[in-house]
Ligand binder design. Structure first.
Ligand SMILES: [Zn+2]
Length: 395
């Protein structure tokens, strides 16, 4: 037996209920009996005007990547777009969206986190002004049909076999990463091709390349044309970390800079915010905060000089001209992907690309080393040997 929705094949994963067999792995989404006929989707009769309007020109590197993605998708291949943080990966799939929808096909865009769904849906609605762009996520499930569906990976259970091309943004992010049920549901939502977009592919994605189930399209250069910030790693005795943090906050304040400071736990985030709030304006973010939007706005508007946060803010956000510090970067909650993403918050605004990244560590960490060498390799591939080997100097 194989579940048509999540792809589960484990015999222990099925249960015989009063009405027949169903899959236990994806039953939290809704009950699908194995004897149910596959859902039939109506064929779209009207072809929407899927022309897009970008307020800026793509760089030659972006153009080349976008073209490669389009060609591979036309050939029916799955694509892994490996674009460094801030490379502008969303607009790389615009030609695929335009061509697919113009031909009457179904194209979808799925993301792990709800906040990012709303952000991207707003952006796609603006850039594709004649399309009905529908966000589908918690709080937005009344209307689930449109020209272009932008949903959380959780909501894909509604769309088994629906899409001709499904774009999965950041499939290496929580809670999608390492979740076979969500991964199965996502892959079964597309009856055609998949496009995966990420800066930090995990094992699930790299295996697809190794097994020839997807082809890679890399993009190492950001539109700003400036190399990625290579984090400076400071090793200190454990007792010296807090003092180094204090020194950093003071220096940043004197220099008139704004910075995101990442901590491994909610407890440390709150404790240090409590201590330093007496001296500095600090916004605080973690999963347990009720006032998340207000805290982010405070930092965005420069009403706070620092944003203290857990990894909850490691992706998907852009603040102009900031620096980043990771406190205890050697802590096990920070893996390679997380460290690359946090550092990737620096230099995202092409108009204000200066910024520094600092890791405070008490001991050596393989993940930290991998992050530093990974970023240097990306710079080398984008700019040649010289730039990849040195930390970028800030002017
Ligand atoms: Zn299932």
């Amino acid at each position: 037996m194989r579940c048509p929705r999540c792809g589960n094949e484990d015999p222990k994963g099925f249960y015989l209920g009063g009405r027949g067999w169903y899959c236990r792995k994806c039953v939290p989404f809704s009950r699908v009996l194995m004897t149910d006929a596959p859902k039939m989707w109506e064929e779209e009769s009207t072809i929407p005007d899927a022309e897009y309007e970008l307020g800026f020109a793509l760089t030659p590197e972006q153009e080349k990547a976008a073209q490669e993605i389009l060609e591979k998708t036309r050939e029916g291949k799955n694509v892994l777009v490996k674009a460094v943080c801030g490379a502008g990966k969303t607009e790389l799939v615009y030609p695929v969206i335009r061509e697919g929808l113009s031909a009457g096909k179904k194209v979808g865009f799925a993301i792990s986190r709800r906040q990012v769904v709303l952000q991207i849906a707003g952006r796609l609605a603006k850039d594709f002004p004649r399309l009905k762009v529908i966000p589908v996520c918690e709080g937005f499930t009344e209307d689930t049909q449109g020209d272009l569906i932008v949903c959380t990976t959780h909501q894909l259970y509604r769309y088994t076999g629906y899409f001709d091309t499904l774009i999965l943004d950041e499939p290496d992010a929580f809670p999608f990463k390492g979740n076979p049920v969500l991964q199965g549901i996502a892959e079964n939502a597309s009856k055609g091709t998949m496009i995966y977009l990420t800066a930090t592919p995990d094992e699930w994605l790299t295996e697809k390349i190794q097994n020839h189930k997807a082809e890679e399209v890399p993009l190492y250069k950001r539109p700003s044309g400036i190399p990625l910030t290579v984090p400076k790693v400071n090793y200190l005795p454990k007792e010296g970390l807090a003092l180094a943090l204090y020194g950093y906050l003071r220096t940043e304040t004197k220099a008139g800079r704004y910075a995101m400071v990442f901590f491994p736990t909610i407890r440390e985030t709150e404790t240090f915010a409590g201590i330093f709030r007496r001296y500095y304006r600090i916004a605080v973010m973690h999963s347990a905060r009720e006032d998340k939007d207000a805290q982010v706005r405070m930092f965005q508007r420069h009403e706070a000089r620092f944003l203290f946060s857990t990894t909850v803010m490691e992706r998907g956000v852009t603040f102009s001209g900031i620096d980043v510090l990771v406190y205890k970067a050697d802590h096990p909650v920070f893996d390679y992907a997380s460290l690359v993403q946090m550092t990737g918050r620096v230099g995202r605004d092409p108009k204000n690309p200066e910024g520094t990244g600092i890791f405070l560590c008490a001991k050596k960490s393989g993940e930290v080393d991998k992050c530093v060498s990974g970023i240097m390799t990306a710079n080398r591939l984008a700019f040649g040997a010289e730039n990849g080997l040195t930390t970028r100097k800030t002017s």
